[in-house]
Design a protein around this ligand. Structure first.
Ligand code: UT7
Length: 310
């Protein structure tokens, strides 16, 4: 665990600044020898146990991540191997912090279409390995983690009721990792310039995030034919308490309907929503039949929202 007090010793920052500007108190950091697939495999195994389904019976594993184990193959392939299974489909979705909702949308539609019977959607990140630990504007924000959900054929009572998603690629340079791809391959120069780390114009991202997350949630709720009165819990992507609060205010949602874990984990990008979903269920903030709205925003820029009945 890395606390704000620990960060005070690493960069010029204070617990007060981080707490007030972001709501983060601590975050989890993976060991040096832990990769994204290790966390993701643990999350899939846990979700399968809870669903009462052996991992070997999954028809597909979809991993949402911006911090893959390797450029190729997909992290989902490493996850499959780590789970000791083979033969089922395994691929990644790259949609930044919106990634888990994109993966869930794919998983749910594969099952609804009859293409697959059981699909795991995973959000997993080891952000700590792509953060510039000398840049106080970004290094205090992120944490590592993973969460997963298994979509199965059901009786039509629970599942994804409606979703919306989108992207505006013209805004990509506001939040990205410049080097390591074919645009700017790894070289001594890119390493010296720390171009393999998160580059973000936080202020601009902030404004887009609030609008996109609230608009997406409204649209998905309209598509599902529900209002905020019907909703038990809103789980926004957890990048910043102020972003979540502004989103909540635009949606006219009371504070007690918003579930947050950012104080404990920081921004875990694609892992944030599934981890929050899991904790909300553990704490019995979600029960069978409840309607939950999840909304996210991330690099791309991408955005999306899903309304589910638990
Ligand atoms: O996951 C999806 C994508 N990411 C996000 O959604 C993140 C969106 N952005 C944010 O959450 C916020 O913009 C931040 C938390 C990143 C920054 O908060 P802000 O209120 O937008 O602060 P700022 O960037 O405008 O910086 C304000 C001041 C600056 O000092 P000056 O220029 O006013 O003297 C920064 O240098 O705060 C300074 N600062 C810090 N001070 C202490 C920046 N980082 C730190 C720090 N500790 N860690």
């Amino acid at each position: 665990m890395l606390t704000n007090a620990d960060l005070e010793k690493m960069v010029e920052t204070t617990d007060e600044w981080i707490s007030e500007r972001t709501g983060i108190k601590e975050r989890r950091i993976a060991d040096a020898d832990t990769a994204t697939s290790d966390l993701a495999a643990g999350a899939v195994a846990r979700a399968c146990r809870q669903a009462g389904i052996p991992a070997a019976e999954l028809d597909a594993i979809i991993v949402a991540t911006s911090t893959p184990d390797t450029v190729y193959p997909a992290t989902a392939c490493w996850v499959q191997a780590r789970l000791g299974i083979a033969g089922n489909a395994a691929f990644d979705v790259s949609a930044g912090c919106s990634g888990f909702l994109f993966a869930l949308e794919l998983a749910s539609n594969l099952v609804a279409a009859g293409t697959a019977r059981r699909v795991a959607a995973v959000g997993a990140e080891v952000m700590s390995k792509v953060v510039n630990w000398d840049d106080r504007a970004t290094c205090v924000l992120f944490g590592d983690g993973a969460g997963a959900a298994v979509c199965v054929e059901g009786d039509g009572r629970s599942g994804v009721l409606a979703s919306t998603w989108g992207c505006d690629g013209s805004l990509a340079p506001l939040l990205y990792q410049p080097a390591g791809g074919t645009r700017l391959p790894t070289s001594l120069e890119t390493l010296e310039r720390r171009q393999h780390t998160v580059h973000m114009e936080g202020n601009k991202v902030f404004k887009h995030a609030v609008r996109a997350m609230s608009d997406s949630a409204s649209r998905a709720m309209a598509l599902a034919g529900v209002t905020m009165d019907d909703v038990r819990l809103l789980i926004p992507h957890q990048a910043n308490t102020r972003i979540m609060d502004a989103t909540r205010a635009r949606l006219n949602v009371p504070t007690d309907k918003v579930f947050t874990v950012i104080q404990k984990y920081g921004n875990m990008s694609a892992a944030t929503i599934p981890v929050a979903l899991d904790e909300a269920r553990d704490e019995e903030r979600i029960r069978d039949g409840d309607i939950v709205v999840m909304t996210a925003f991330g690099t791309g820029f991408t955005w999306g929202a899903s309304v589910i009945r638990w």
